[in-house]
Design a binder for this molecule. Structure first.
Ligand code: SAM
Length: 230
């Protein structure tokens, strides 16, 4: 992967960036995504934020090597603290982290989100936490994608402001992903069910304490919920 040829996962994230957007890519190890977006002429201004010095320096080197230092501001900062008011950022991308970390980044600087109209989030795990956050914070899911790359399955959520209603199954699985029912979706959740069934078998062998019983019921409900969508 490089700034000219993104991974399938990051290329999909890039595909949701509106033409002419001002993007902040948070956790921008190597700054490949903002460099790609500027080079393709999709955007002309971006911020690349990184909290760890090593990746921050890689991002700075990359932006300089591509001759994009006037268009991409690389900043060493924790999450949305990388964004300054004068940047006029309207689109935020956060990719390659767990859902809970993505949510904690979004929650830490709510003032930055005021000017933002689109969030493109790619959780490696626990996308559910992002859907719960979106539901509570007045963001609606515009689109969702699930894809497989290098034997890993990734989800991408595209949010815009608005109200939505999601059932428990939709919070866990994604309403768009349920409707698409792609091969990657079926593969991910079939594997998850098998995993839960293995745990359930082990719990069935254990002494039936109230805690064990509660865990069994929780797993049975989850399996039922997911099986209903597959
Ligand atoms: N976004 C790139 C991608 O999807 O390929 C890089 C993903 S990499 C696994 C996650 C990056 O996020 C790391 O470079 C890490 O240092 C950075 N990161 C983690 N927490 C962060 C935070 N609170 N603020 C900014 N960057 C963060």
């Amino acid at each position: 992967m490089n700034a000219q040829k993104l991974s399938k996962r990051l290329a999909k994230v890039a595909s949701f960036v509106p033409t002419g957007a001002v993007v902040a890519d948070i956790g921008s190890d190597h700054a490949y995504l903002p460099c790609y977006l500027v080079q393709k002429g999709i955007i002309s201004q971006a911020v690349a934020g990184e909290v760890v010095k090593g990746p921050y320096e890689s991002a700075r080197r990359q932006v300089r090597a591509e001759g994009l230092a006037n268009q991409i501001q690389v900043r060493l900062a924790d999450g949305l603290a990388a964004v300054e008011q004068g940047d006029h950022v309207d689109t935020i991308t956060i990719a390659g982290m767990g859902g809970p970390l993505i949510v904690s980044i979004l929650e830490k600087h709510p003032e930055v989100l005021r000017s933002v109209t689109r969030l493109i989030l790619q959780p490696n795990i626990h996308a559910k936490v992002i859907r719960q956050w979106a539901l509570a914070q007045g963001w609606a899911i515009l689109d969702e994608v699930i894809l497989e790359e290098d034997d890993k399955i990734y989800e991408i959520l595209v949010l815009q402001r608005g109200a939505m209603f999601l059932t428990d199954a939709e919070i866990l699985l994604g309403s768009h992903l349920i409707a698409q029912r792609s091969a990657a979706f079926v593969q991910k959740w079939t594997k998850e069910i098998e995993n839960w069934q293995r745990i359930l078998q082990d719990l069935n062998k254990a002494e039936a304490t109230p805690d064990i019983q509660a865990k069994r019921e929780e797993l049975q409900q989850l399996i039922q919920l997911v099986e209903g969508a597959l």
